[in-house]
Design a protein around this ligand. Structure first.
Ligand code: SAM
Length: 296
């Protein structure tokens, strides 16, 4: 059922992801919809005409960008309510992610028009997929352009226990990286995900203390499009872990392993099973006698 072409259906708004560099990163489902939609709304019609031409698609195009989104959205909703199918594409990647599209979706939904996502490339997911991070992450997108606002925003993000993901343009990457170091500190690690899926794609990870030197080392390092991925703040994690260990050690002086681990987990928020294993190791270190071997 799902391996046959799926044409656009009447009265539906399709939000279609397009490639972020490599033109072949357009899904078969996106092609089906773009080939058959009555109308394609695009952030930049000239730009999208190029992508469509590469796939032999000649479509009716209409602009919807950040400066006309509200008015264009109203017109498109009327078109949808008249029973036409509409696909929306931004310049690259997934609409609504640091791109126009959200107001169109909200207007469609408010009018009772069905909205269907056609997933595909997005720079944030692409960068995270090669970050090697397992931690939860927060997508920030573009930081404010002015230094004061940028630093204020970074201060609010500094202690959150998440990896942070930013988009950045080449003309601002140096000042942003300098502010990242100033606010987040030397130790925190950054991944530069540059020109993803393109010819000069590059991934480079280092502590923030080395990031400015890396940008300086080669002018190509400052070119193109960037996703910046910052590891979560390790220092806080270490502090939390140290606190959990301290509490556990105290409780073990009075309680059996299982109860000590349970109580330490409740007091510190650390994971019960990890504390249980640690408590076993602590006890093992003290004596070679029998231990309570059943996980809590
Ligand atoms: N909607 C897009 C998405 O889903 O990723 C993002 C559009 S936003 C206007 C453009 C920014 O995304 C760029 O400045 C850059 O930070 C990031 N970006 C887009 N394509 C990229 C690529 N191929 N490599 C690295 N970053 C990219």
């Amino acid at each position: 059922m799902f391996d046959i072409p799926q044409a656009a259906r009447p009265g539906i708004l399709y939000i279609v992801a397009t490639p972020i560099g490599n033109l072949r990163d357009l899904t078969l489902h996106a092609l089906d919809v773009l080939r058959t939609a009555d109308l394609i709304a695009a952030e930049d019609t000239r730009n999208s005409r190029g992508l469509l031409a590469a796939y032999g698609i000649q479509a009716r195009l209409t602009p919807l960008h950040e400066h006309n989104e509200q008015a264009a959205a109203s017109r498109l909703v009327a078109t949808l309510q008249a029973g036409k199918s509409v696909a929306y594409v931004s310049d690259a990647g997934t609409p609504g992610i640091s791109d126009p599209g959200a107001r169109l979706v909200a207007a469609a939904r408010a009018a009772g028009v069905a909205v269907v996502p056609i997933p595909g490339a997005s720079a944030v997911a692409t960068a995270l997929s090669v970050s090697g991070l397992e931690s939860p992450w927060l997508f920030v997108g573009f930081l404010p352009a002015k230094p004061a606002g940028r630093r204020r925003e970074l201060e609010g993000l500094r202690d959150l226990p998440y990896a942070l993901v930013f988009y950045e343009a080449p003309h601002r990457v140096e000042e942003t990286v300098a502010d990242l170091r100033a606010v987040l500190g030397d130790e925190r690690r950054i991944l530069f995900a540059r020109e993803l899926t393109k010819r000069f794609e590059q991934l480079h990870a280092c502590p923030l203390s080395e990031a400015e030197a890396w940008l300086e080392a080669d002018e190509n390092h400052r070119r193109g499009e960037f996703v910046l991925v910052l590891d979560p703040p390790a220092a806080k994690e270490d502090n939390d872990t140290a606190e959990a260990h301290r509490v556990l050690a105290l409780l073990l002086e009075e309680l059996p392993v299982k109860q000590a681990a349970q109580l330490a987990a409740r007091l510190t928020g650390a994971r019960k099973n990890a504390l249980y294993q640690l408590a076993l190791e602590m006890k093992q270190g003290e004596s070679d006698g029998p231990t309570d071997n059943h996980p809590a």
